[in-house]
Design a protein around this ligand. Structure first.
Ligand code: NAD
Length: 460
């Protein structure tokens, strides 16, 4: 099995200019929007089968999210695509300088299983807006959603320029051997390294949307019950299988016990006395992840949840205390409904702890102190910071979404998506006359030397 032919066909459509007209791009975006609204039920069924995702949550975090990205992009695309003037140094006048965005060509989007619609189609919005041909590789670990995408996308989008390739590592390895103009990968850092290495063969630029442990810091200046509701929502949505979910909580020592109690209340408010009966609570994606997560339960004392059932891959919303720093729950990204609370001695201690780990995808802080907020912003590095709310920053189309260091490279959403999938071409346009460049043409005279020294000062 090789996908070389698919890529060739797409490249030929791109080379013929099929994807470049603004009208084509807008038509594709509108068709994608139609697919998401007309076939919402099919998509929701896929998400329910793969992750027991509640249809309302599917609307909020998957289908509706992509529709929002489309609407924002369709509204602004014409303006975003306008050439941007930049100023020209005096010594080069008269001249005009500007940048234009051009599509890069044929791009590959590799998506994970946890938000299998959002993380496949939000990059597609940017890639189409930029005028590219696209191959989409959904995750094999969300097979029902993958099948729905493979069925619907050719029905709605231009098959000359958009293809879906299903499959696992073997198919992805074959895809990665092809020559791409951009690879957009969302997933874990181990595969991210494989993708980056394959891309290096062809000097293909990559965007890596990775994960890691996103910390929360809670100090003593906040309303603990309100904080607990926000954390419980961000953590237990999709059964904790969210890249920007709070991974663990650093709580000021005197707040930690109250926070644990408040989280118990918050879980009850969101999912009732027995979350296994709630239609709003998801399931773990597969047996391997279920075993990995239940293996973390021994990392501390379960003060909330800890109950689980292998047959249905149910793992209750869980809060752990007395968690040792080197335990399994703290050694890797949890990526499930287990929330360790670790006591810290104030913001200095929290910053020290955060800086000792990899740069996180997101960092959440609950405080009413402006000083603490400023210190977090200046003394730590992360893809994003959320003050007072986890996860929601990704719904702000004007904010770039991406990681830094181990949590990724590059960003997207809104206009940033268009720029991610475009080349920003630099253009300088200078009339032939008057020929102000005479002064820099050889032969070099003493007068020109004096000019050059002055010119260097001006350019500098
Ligand atoms: P996954 O296992 O579905 O893998 C992602 C993709 O990589 C899939 O399409 C898969 O087919 C492909 N793949 C797997 N093994 C491969 C190999 N050996 N060679 C080539 N391709 C291969 O998803 P995952 O990695 O388990 O996803 C979870 C991770 O993704 C977490 O770390 C999470 O934090 C991160 N994540 C990040 C974001 C973000 O936006 N930054 C979003 C969601 C998830």
């Amino acid at each position: 099995m090789t996908h070389a032919r698919t890529v060739e066909q797409l490249r030929s459509a791109f080379e013929r200019g099929a994807t470049k007209p603004l009208a084509w791009r807008l038509a594709q975006l509108r068709a994608l929007r139609r697919m998401l609204t007309e076939r919402a039920a099919d998509i929701e069924d896929g998400l329910l089968a793969d992750l027991a995702k509640n249809p309302t949550e599917s609307q909020i975090a998957e289908i509706g999210f992509v529709v929002g990205e489309i609407d924002h992009t369709v509204k602004h695309l014409r303006r975003w695509l306008r050439p941007r003037r930049v100023s020209v140094p005096g010594a080069l006048l008269p001249a005009r300088a500007f940048t234009v965005l051009e599509p890069v060509g044929v791009v590959l989007v590799i998506a994970p299983w946890n938000y299998p619609v959002q993380l496949l189609l939000a990059p597609l919005v940017g890639a189409l807006a930029a005028g590219n041909a696209v191959v989409l590789k959904p995750s094999e670990l969300a097979p029902a959603t993958s099948a729905v995408m493979a069925r619907l996308i050719p029905e709605y989008l231009d098959t000359r320029a958009v293809a879906v390739v299903e499959g696992g590592a073997e198919d992805t390895t074959d895809l990665l051997a092809q020559r791409w103009d951009h690879i957009f990968f969302t997933g874990n850092g181990r595969v991210g390294r494989i993708v980056a290495a394959a891309a290096a063969e062809h000097l293909t630029p990559v965007t890596l949307e990775l994960g890691g442990k996103s910390p929360v810091y809670v100090d003593r200046t906040v309303d603990v019950a309100a904080v607990a509701r926000r954390i419980a929502w961000g953590k237990f949505m999709n059964a904790g299988q969210t890249c920007v979910a709070p991974d663990y909580v650093l709580a000021d020592r005197d707040v930690a016990p109250r926070l644990a109690t408040a989280l118990r209340e918050a879980v009850r408010d969101l999912y009732g006395d027995d979350p296994s009966l709630s239609p709003d609570y998801g399931r773990i994606v597969n047996d391997r992840h279920f075993a990995r997560l239940t293996g973390m339960l021994g990392s501390g004392t379960a003060v909330v949840g800890g109950d689980h059932d292998a047959a249905t891959r149910y793992l209750g919303p869980t809060v752990l205390t007395d968690v040792a720093e080197g335990s399994p729950a703290m050694a890797e990204e949890i990526f499930g409904p287990i929330l360790p609370i670790l006591p810290v001695d104030g913001v200095d201690d929290a910053i020290r702890f955060i800086r000792a780990g990899d740069k996180p995808l997101a960092l959440y802080v609950f405080t009413s102190s402006a000083t603490v907020r400023r210190r977090i912003l200046t003394e730590t590095s992360s893809g994003a910071v959320g003050f007072g709310v986890p996860a929601a920053h990704l719904a702000v189309a004007g904010l770039p979404f991406g990681g830094v260091g181990e949590s990724g490279a590059g960003a997207y959403h809104g206009e940033r998506s268009l720029r991610t999938f475009s080349h920003e071409k630099a253009v300088l346009s200078k009339p032939l006359s008057p020929d102000t460049l005479q002064l820099v043409y050889p032969p070099y005279t003493e007068a020109k030397d004096r000019f050059a020294r002055g010119l260097l000062r001006k350019l500098g």
